[in-house]
Design a protein around this ligand. Sequence first.
Ligand code: SIN
Length: 281
Amino acid sequence: MAEETLVVRRIGAAAGAEITGIDLSHDLTNDQFAVIHQALLDHLVLCFPDQTLSADDQIAFARRWGDLAIHPNLAGMKDHPEIIAVERRPGDTGHLGSEWHNDTTSLEKPPMGTMMYSKIVPPVGGDTVFANQYAAYDALSSGMKDMLDGMRAVHGDSRVAGPRAGLNKRRTNKTDESDDWRETVNMHPVVRTHPETGKKALYVNVAYTLRLENMTTEESQPLLDFLYEHSHRPEFTYRHRWSEKMLVLWDNRALVHLALNDCPTSHRLMERIQIRGDRPF
Ligand code: SIN
């Protein structure tokens, strides 16, 4: 049988490419991986439709990118602790990832990428929206860029976990809200340099950024609010519509994203793996 040709097709103006002609349940050659790796750096969101993947297949593909992260606040699947079932059931009024964020920036070394595989997709709704943070940074004035240069922000997970988060009563996905939970807090640059492309990306987000370094929350908030609003201007976004058996991989170092909260009567089930990253600089 003739080998299929791997095709990378751009599907969004700000981010997003579809990759066809590849079966991710098989080992990739180094040449195939090099093309996919470059596509991630170029397009930030890669979508692989029509993939039939076991948990082990997903883990094997994720491991091509690096070590896998174990989530600090969400329990993994019983036999596969690296995989989190991201699930929304009819009647849930909230769900995981419904605020703009880069994943788990409370960590000293937040994940470089996240892979999500769709098992059950609502007939309408349940899209994921991504915003390109290179574009967000580039669109700032030179005065704002100069001001942000060298600035750092404190990130923590108290809005997404812990006894005060209060998320579990509204959603199927349970975060650690136990009394002995302890907040993870780390400082990151407000503008980070992507370790592979060398490009600058805005790096603050609604879910995890708490305040700016050496400032109170109140002092920080006006500037952070401006940056949050700016970070997801429509022209920086790519809205992803899922179909079943689709694998999507995204680059957390240069994107914020959110899961739309618009399918309250539907069941949505994804399997998600995070790939370890390095310390932002
Ligand atoms: C996430 O924020 O990692 C989940 C996104 C989604 O469910 O679409």
